[in-house]
Design a protein around this ligand. Structure first.
Ligand code: ADP
Length: 468
């Protein structure tokens, strides 16, 4: 059991308290029955002794001999002799007569006899028989002459075996009951905790799904309590996030559309002006800069529009059987000039296995390759080299694009595919490229893996399934 969870903590507390209470109750109960049984037995013996002494004082008198004979008869006719031993003890402490017979002649030297002989009062003793090891209790009552001097002692001895057995039985019964109580507490706690843990687990799952992008997901409110309130709060949060996401997407979409028209005009005119013989020197360089920057801006606007299409479900693939190798080579070719400008080398390796045609959207797949190459050239430009490879691995066509740049800090790696995530890099960009690539590759049934290569740089792996 996980003791850090609510369940563990609850159980430890609940069961510990129940155990403590049950233990206290058992101890108290055992002590009570112990006292009760011994007190009852003692009183019983004392009453018997009292009665016997009164009998002797009233009906027997005078000589020791008379006493002795009466005691003998009394012992003979003692009706409880199966449970209790009746002894007549002399003033010297010696057992003269015994209803059991065997202890006659012995001198027990117990405190009850001493008390009866010395103080003239009924004495009580509990202990172990020195010879047999048996646990005993005894009561001694002094028998007196008419003048008050002591003739001897009437002693009642009883084994405590029965009492002890009853106490053990009572304690065991209490333990059984205690165990039952613990079981009931355990199962009722388990049930109670389940009614808390399960809905919390459900809500945690929901919150996770929302966190992973399932904005707007709702769950049914099943409980009209604190958990119900939490459900309401999460549902409301989900709705609000979804609404604000929608607004964000709509805003990006409308701004991008607004930007597109003037950008088309700027691009068209800058290109026209580039070829105008009237424009020379610095002006020509200025127009070239306008043209280059407009192209960059257009790319960014296109990326944003693409993103809004994914967001509001207008993003579709036009699937055909495509030659991935050709698409990759086209992308490399298209990128060649830019790499040369940056003085970067590109090494291309085609794997041993033939690459089959796979179902895919050629435009989108190229878009993915171009985007990754763009990142490799942008972020890994200091590495001066890019390695691209394609191969077939089982049911997948695997394309790897690797640069030798600084790589991605490990703490940023889990987020680079998230939209608008830019990491700590100072390079310009919208942070959408990889999010769009991931969407495209995922929609093809493949996966996009971004990792740091062992000896530096980033290695992006695109795995596309051969057939679906
Ligand atoms: P951007 O438009 O900013 O390039 P991306 O989605 O393409 O957005 O990339 C997200 C982030 O991942 C980048 O801002 C950068 O920090 C990091 N990144 C991507 N590719 C590389 C790479 N090859 N080398 C280093 N960092 C990279």
């Amino acid at each position: 059991m996980n003791f850090k969870g609510i369940k563990g903590r609850w159980m430890v507390n609940g069961i510990a308290v129940a155990l403590l209470l049950v233990a206290v109750a058992i101890i108290a109960f055992s002590l009570a029955i112990y006292n009760y049984y011994y007190a009852t037995a003692r009183t019983g013996l004392e009453n018997k002794a009292q009665t016997a002494v009164e009998f002797f004082t009233t009906y027997v008198s005078k000589s020791y001999r008379e006493y002795y004979q009466s005691a003998y008869r009394y012992t003979e006719s003692f009706e409880d002799k199966d449970f209790i031993e009746l002894q007549f003890v002399s003033t010297k402490g010696r057992v003269e007569i015994s209803s059991y017979g065997i202890s006659a002649g012995l001198s027990p030297e117990t405190s009850d006899i001493a008390s009866a002989l010395e103080k003239g009062k009924i004495g009580y003793w509990r202990g172990v028989n020195r010879d047999t090891g048996e646990r005993l209790m005894s009561v001694s009552a002094p028998m007196k002459y008419a003048d008050g001097s002591i003739v001897g002692v009437m002693r009642y001895v009883s084994s405590t075996k029965l009492i002890d057995r009853k106490i053990v039985q009572g304690t065991l019964a209490a333990c059984g009951l205690g165990f039952l109580v613990i079981l009931i507490v355990f199962f009722s706690n388990m049930y109670f905790i389940r009614t808390i843990i399960e809905p919390i687990d459900e809500l945690t799952g929901l919150a996770r799904r929302i966190a992973e992008g399932g904005y707007g997901i709702q769950t049914e409110k099943k409980y009209d309590d604190e958990i119900g309130d939490l459900t309401d709060a999460i549902n409301e949060m989900s709705t609000k996030i979804s609404r604000s996401e929608k607004m964000q997407t709509e805003f990006i979409s409308s701004v991008s559309h607004e930007l597109r028209t003037p950008l088309t005009a700027i691009t068209g005119w800058s290109e026209t002006l580039m070829y105008d013989p009237e424009i020379k020197g610095d002006s020509q360089r200025g127009v070239a800069i306008i043209s280059k920057e407009t192209a960059r801006l257009t790319k960014m606007v296109e990326e944003l529009l693409e993103f809004t299409r994914i967001q509001d479900g207008r993003f579709n693939l036009n699937i055909a059987q495509i030659d991935v190798e050709a698409e990759l080579e086209d992308s490399i070719f298209a990128y060649g000039e830019l790499l040369r400008q940056k003085d970067m080398a590109l090494e291309y390796q085609s794997g041993g296995q033939a690459i089959p045609a796979i179902p895919g959207d050629p435009g989108r797949i190229r878009q993915v390759f171009l985007n990754i190459l763009d990142n490799a050239a942008k972020y890994g430009k200091d590495g001066k080299a890019i390695t691209v490879s394609i191969d077939r691995q089982g049911d997948y066509v695997v394309v790897r694009i690797r640069d030798h740049g600084p790589g991605i800090p490990p703490q940023e790696l889990p987020f680079v595919k998230k939209k608008f995530y830019k990491g700590s890099s100072k390079e310009r960009g919208s942070g959408i490229g990889l999010a769009v690539c991931d969407e495209i590759v995922t929609r093809h049934g493949g996966d996009l893996i971004i990792a740091n290569a062992e000896d530096g740089g980033v290695c992006v792996t695109v795995r596309l399934p051969v057939g679906r």
